[in-house]
Design a protein around this ligand. Structure first.
Ligand code: UVW
Length: 337
């Protein structure tokens, strides 16, 4: 029993790691899991798993998210960029640049924090659903939007993830080699199990699952000028496949990352049995289980290397920014093989 909820969503793990837990399945990543990741390092070769953060480019994938905007800071009423210090003291030869950035945390390669998506849920059992996030943290109290538009995830902010550290064993499933770019394939439980069996892949508790769909290659090919075809290409998980969601629950995986927009299918008409959510995999992962989601990662080169070497596992190091109160964060993950 705790102050925030009396009833938890069926199938959720709220409270299993303590009444004030804010890490979710990251709790499964400790020293043992880090050592399992390190045991996968055989060559020392590294892969950067981040797109350049100005990609995908434009607003095709989301009309509300924009590329980063860099601006100089201002010093002595001048842009402090290529700033010649002789303006201040003629004896000085120094030149300096400081910048600021307007960064849309979910625009490019990113982690969704557990404050990214919640749901209305009757946790008090009084017949009145409340707006909640993972472990019953409450919108408006724990995750706030002030009148001056300041936002703050006072609980579940992405800094929790950063402080814990995100390092352990990554396991890559290469969906692209099985399903290609077009037509878009919605991968359900049977499809995923078939692929994993064929490629000899096993996911164990605490592993971070990376799904390569090939969308990263399309994004790079489009070079910052994507067109609508991006929205209809490459695989997405079928978030409406209950067996797939139950597998996520039962597998004990600690996080899921993909090179596509949202890991699961988005923008589809709601089916009759929608259960109140447009993104059921997000609901299961972020709201019920505390499984962080990584999106728009760059997995192509790693995937090609792993396939060539008959491997699927690697050391994954992927801390987000320690950006207090943020609902998500850009990330520059590194895979070491
Ligand atoms: C979508 O863009 C729909 O998913 P997310 O908010 O997780 O990026």
């Amino acid at each position: 029993m705790n102050d925030r909820w009396k009833f938890r969503p069926i199938g959720s793990n709220w409270g299993d790691w303590g009444e004030n837990d804010q890490l979710g399945r990251l709790n499964l990543i400790g020293p043992e899991q880090v050592l399992k990741g390190i045991a996968e390092v055989k060559t020392g070769k590294t892969f950067c798993l981040s797109l350049p953060l100005h990609l995908p480019g434009g607003n095709v994938l989301s009309p509300v998210r924009f590329p980063p905007r860099l601006r100089p800071v201002v010093r002595n009423d001048a842009p402090y960029f290529n700033y010649e210090w002789r303006r201040v003291n003629p004896d000085l030869l120094d030149i300096a640049s400081d910048d600021s950035v307007l960064l849309f945390n979910q625009y490019s390669t990113q982690w969704d924090s557990l404050a990214h998506r919640g749901a209305l849920f009757d946790a008090a059992g009084d017949g009145e659903p409340e707006p909640l996030y993972y472990n019953g943290y409450r919108a408006g109290e724990d995750v706030t939007l002030e009148e001056d538009q300041t936002t703050a995830a006072k609980a579940l902010g992405v800094e929790n993830m950063a402080a814990h550290g995100v390092q352990g064993r990554g396991v890559l499933v290469d969906l692209f080699s099985h399903f290609g770019e077009t037509p878009r394939k919605e991968v359900g439980y049977d499809d995923l199990m078939r692929v994993m069996e064929k490629d000899g892949i096993e996911i164990e508790s605490g592993d971070m699952l990376c799904l390569w769909t090939g969308l990263d290659r399309m994004i790079l090919r489009m070079n910052g000028n994507p067109d609508d075809s991006l929205k209809q290409a490459c695989t997405v998980l079928d978030g409406r496949d209950k067996r797939l969601l139950d597998w996520i629950t039962d597998s004990g995986l600690a996080a899921i990352a993909s090179d596509n927009l949202a890991v699961e299918a988005v923008g589809k008409p709601l089916p009759a049995d929608h259960g109140g959510t447009s993104l059921p995999l997000h609901e299961r992962c972020l709201f019920h289980l505390g499984v962080h989601l990584g999106e728009l990662w760059l997995l192509a080169d790693l995937a090609a290397w792993l396939r060539e070497h008959g491997r699927s596992r690697f050391l994954l190091t992927a801390p987000p920014l320690r950006l207090t109160g943020a609902a998500g964060s850009p990330v520059t993950p590194i895979a070491t093989v």
